[in-house]
Design a protein around this ligand. Structure first.
Ligand code: DCP
Ligand code: MG
Length: 420
């Protein structure tokens, strides 16, 4: 039977926002456009002072000279992201603030505004879905889009549609992004980095050798630092060198599935579909406090919040018909560092008390010596309630019963020397 659609070559795009957290701040402070700006640290205080001192002045009119500089920054912390002008000085994501200050003392430092970032994340994805509905959400600032059957998706290898999406996102949000269009997700992901910021890269199957093989192996999404190290020991540095090894040789060194996957990846083969609506992998609830809370001094308040978060996650699970086995917590400290811990139960659950007990065990494994600004509870490894995977759902788990710090009820203060 005649079927024209089947014959269309697959065109998959990967879209990634440019310097995302920083770009969102620059919308608020357009006077900083073109300047080195870094996002990081716990500088909410500095930002508040800045606004207070210029009360009544529109944010966009606060003089550039009034902004806090990296060279005056005191304290620890790492850079979350940096504008492209700042990157020219070698400053970038995950770099310590102190080191960055040496490289670019004149950079302006701003804090993250997570609510704002999330708002823009939703906004740019909504723009994409309007144009190209087959979109896979891959996190705060990136998505995959199946261009194959979208009008313009095949023209100039996808460039026409990519341009339209870039323009539409910019008009709706004022933000720029970079897009790679390729035969599959794996190559698209690499291609979106080729021409950052505000770039479009089109890669065809026949370009793999010229454009992908010279890249370091680490550029393959799925080869992490450990595999990279092992490949280096085997004298494999580029994707081309990886592609040159026989599949069996890679299987011998990296196992049947990872070795074979590596071989395919090096040859630019990847059949994964763009998944629009996945089953949820986890459900979570978190809350940012009005003021930073201290684990010991604000124990009662924190305990109540913690228990309430567990109750709400349990409600979410039941409402949507899921049970989960992995219980995790998330803490964000006053310096914006984030800690997560989790543990996996024998049975999946949607029971608030079970979740609370497991979360309490996780709590014992984090530093509670600093003030907290956020607390979250997550349940992962989900299965549909009643499904085979979720058998023995309501069996309460006999977790350890030693109370955690946020344990509610009679305070069990235990001096370090005594054993409860
Ligand atoms: N981010 C973070 N912690 C990290 C890395 C990133 O919180 N270790 C945040 C800040 C980034 C955002 O996620 O703005 C998106 O991450 P990217 O890696 O896409 O970095 P950028 O969007 O900032 O820059 P680029 O233009 O290179 O994509
Ligand atoms: Mg980005």
């Amino acid at each position: 039977m005649h079927n024209r659609r089947v014959s269309l070559p697959r065109r998959i795009a990967h879209l990634d926002m440019d310097a995302f957290f920083a770009s969102v701040e620059l919308l608020r402070y357009p006077q900083l456009q073109g300047l080195p700006v870094v996002i990081g640290g716990g500088r909410r205080e500095a930002d508040r002072l800045l606004r207070e001192r210029h009360a009544g002045v529109p944010l966009a009119q606060i003089p550039v000279a009034a902004f806090p500089l990296l060279k005056d920054y005191v304290g620890r912390g790492v850079i979350t992201t940096a504008t492209y002008p700042a990157r020219q000085f070698g400053v970038g994501s995950a770099m310590g603030m102190m080191k960055a200050a040496k490289l670019c003392p004149q950079a302006i430092v701003l804090p993250v505004d997570f609510d704002e970032v999330r708002r823009f994340s939703r906004a740019f994805k909504a723009v994409i879905r309007e144009i190209a509905p087959v979109m896979e959400d891959r996190g705060i600032d990136e998505v995959y889009i199946d261009f194959t059957e979208v009008p313009g998706g095949q023209r100039e290898g996808g460039r026409v549609l990519a341009r339209l999406i870039q323009k539409s996102i910019f008009e709706a949000t004022g933000l720029t992004c970079s897009i790679g269009v390729a035969p599959n997700k794996l190559i698209a992901k690499m291609a979106s980095e080729f021409d950052k910021p505000n770039g479009i890269s089109i890669v065809h199957e026949q370009d793999v050798q010229a454009r992908i093989w010279p890249l370091p192996v680490r550029k393959i999404n799925g080869i992490g630092p450990k595999s990279e190290e092992k490949l280096h020991r085997l004298h494999i540095r580029t994707i081309g060198e990886l592609a040159a090894r026989p599949r069996e040789w890679l299987v011998d060194h990296f196992g049947a599935s990872y070795g074979a996957w590596m071989h395919d990846a090096a040859w630019g083969r990847d059949e994964r579909p763009v998944v629009t609506e996945s089953e949820p992998v986890s459900m979570s609830r978190e809350t940012t406090f009005e003021r930073d809370l201290h684990a010991v001094r604000d124990r009662t308040e924190l305990g109540a919040i913690f228990t309430d978060l567990c109750r709400r996650v349990a409600e979410d699970l039941r409402r949507k018909g899921y049970v989960g086995r992995t219980i995790g917590i998330k803490l964000r400290y006053d310096d914006f560092r984030t800690a997560t811990r989790d543990l996996t139960l024998d049975h999946a659950t949607d029971d608030a008390a079970t979740i609370r007990r497991a979360a309490g065990q996780c709590l014992k494994r984090v530093d509670l010596g600093r003030r907290l600004r956020l607390l979250g509870v997550r349940v992962g490894k989900l299965a549909k309630a009643g499904s085979e995977a979720a058998a023995e759902v309501r069996t309460p788990v006999a977790a350890e019963h030693t109370p955690d710090l946020f344990h509610e009820g009679p305070a069990v203060e235990r001096p370090a020397t005594s054993k409860g």
